[in-house]
Design a protein around this ligand. Sequence first.
Ligand SMILES: [Zn+2]
Length: 464
Amino acid sequence: MRNLLLVLFFSPLYFYAQSSINCGNTNSIYGKKSYHTGSTGVSLASGDPFVFNIYFHNEQDIIELTENDYLRAVAYLNQVYNQFDIFFKYRGFVEDDPTPLTNMFNILVRETAGDGSALTPNFINISYTTFLSDLPIISHEVGHILGLSHTFQGSPRTESTFVDPLTCEFDPVGTQRETGYFFEDLPGDDLDAENVTRDTSSPDYNAAIAGDFVVDTPATFQEPNVCSDPSTGISYYIYSDEVVDETGTPYLDIDVRNIMSYNEFQYLDNLTIGQGVRMRETIANETILQDRLTTIESLYEPYSGIYRTCCWQPEANENPPRFQPGFDYEFVACSDSSILSLGRPLPWPYDDLTFNTGDVVYSFPSDYDVYEDIVHLNNTAIRIVQLEETPRRCYSNLAKNANSGTIVKFNDGVFNANVTATAKDSLGINDPNLVNNLENGLFLIETNFDDGTQDQKVILKDNE
Ligand SMILES: [Zn+2]
C-alpha cells in the first residue's frame, strides 16, 4: 500500500516526525511470537463472540463529518471481522477531544498526511481522507491492534531487472515490465524472513516462527510485483522464477489481497483463518484488549432513538430506535404470550425468550446503506444473522393505534343477519364517548389497528 504509514511507538511527538512510508516496528505491543497458528488446518471452533466498543474522535475541521460517516466505518469493520466472531459496537463520537476512553477502541480522525497508524487501542490514527474513502486501511490498522503483523514482516525488497520481463495485461504503457521488486534480506535485520516452503519436514520450514507467524498466509516480501486493473478490481501477483526467497525457492503464490499486505488499498479484502485464530488468541490473552470488550447483548441495543413504551402510537415514533449498519438484520413478528407480559419492560430483556415469534416482517442486508431505515418497529424481535438464529428483544407495545372501525347494530336485538353497519374513521373509532353515545341495543364494535390486527367487542347497551 503506497502511502500507508504504520508505526508503533508511544510518543505522539515522535509520530509527527515520522515520514517514511516504510513501517519500522510494525508489530507489536504484544509478544511478537506469543500468538501464532503453528500448524495448517487450524479452525475457528472457538468460543464466544468478542464485541469491542468503538469510539471516534474528530481531530480535524477540514471537512464536516456526520454520524453516518462513523457508522460506515463500524459497518465496514464488522463486515471484515464478523467471520472470526469479532464484532464492533458503535459508541459515538466527540469533537476535538483526543482523550482516549479506556474501555473503547479509540479512532482518531486527523488532518495529518499518511493514511493510518496503529499505536495502541487508545490511538488508532486515520487521516480524514482515508476515513472517507479508503476504509480497508482502517481494517488494516485494527488488524495490527488485534495482533496481526504485515504478511511481509521481516522480508524487505529491492528493485532490480528481470532476465525475462514480467507481463501484466493491464499495464497502461506496454504490458512488459523490465524491472520489478525482489526479496532482499538486509544485513543487520533482526526479523526472520519467512520462507516459501510449507513442508514441515524441510529444514527451510519456518512459517510458524518467522514473518507474520501465521502459516496459512503464503510467504511474501514487501510490495511484491502485482498486476491490477482498477476498472474490474482484478489484482494478482505476477509470478517469476527469478523472484526467490532466502533459500532460493520462488514465491509461487502470494496473497496480494491480504488486508495485512501492501497493495493499493482498494484491492485489500482478505484475511485468512490463521490470522483470525491469531487475533482471537491475542484477545484472549491481552488485558489491554479485554478491557475494551462489551456484551453481545449490547448489539441488540439501539445506538440512538427511543422505544415508546407507553400508551399510544408506537408506529408514529419520530425518534425510533436505530440500529448500527453492517449486520444482516431480520426483524421477525413477535407477540406477547400472556397477559403477564404487560408487566415486562419494553422491549423484552435479552435473555427472556418466552415470547411468540413468527415470520420475518422486514430485513436489511449487511451492506444496506440507508442507515435511517434500520429501526426496530412495534411487534417485532431482532435477529442478527452473524450472531445467531434466535431472535431477541421482542418489542410488543400493546397500546396500539386504532385507525378505523365499524359499528354493527343487530336490529332485532339478537345475533342474526338483520344488521346496520356504520363505518368509522380514525377520529370516530377513537372517540372516547363512542359507547356512551350509542342508543340502546346490541352492537358489535370492530376496531382496526395500524399493525393490521383487528379487535371485536360486543356491547349490550341498556340505559333503562
Ligand atoms: Zn501496517
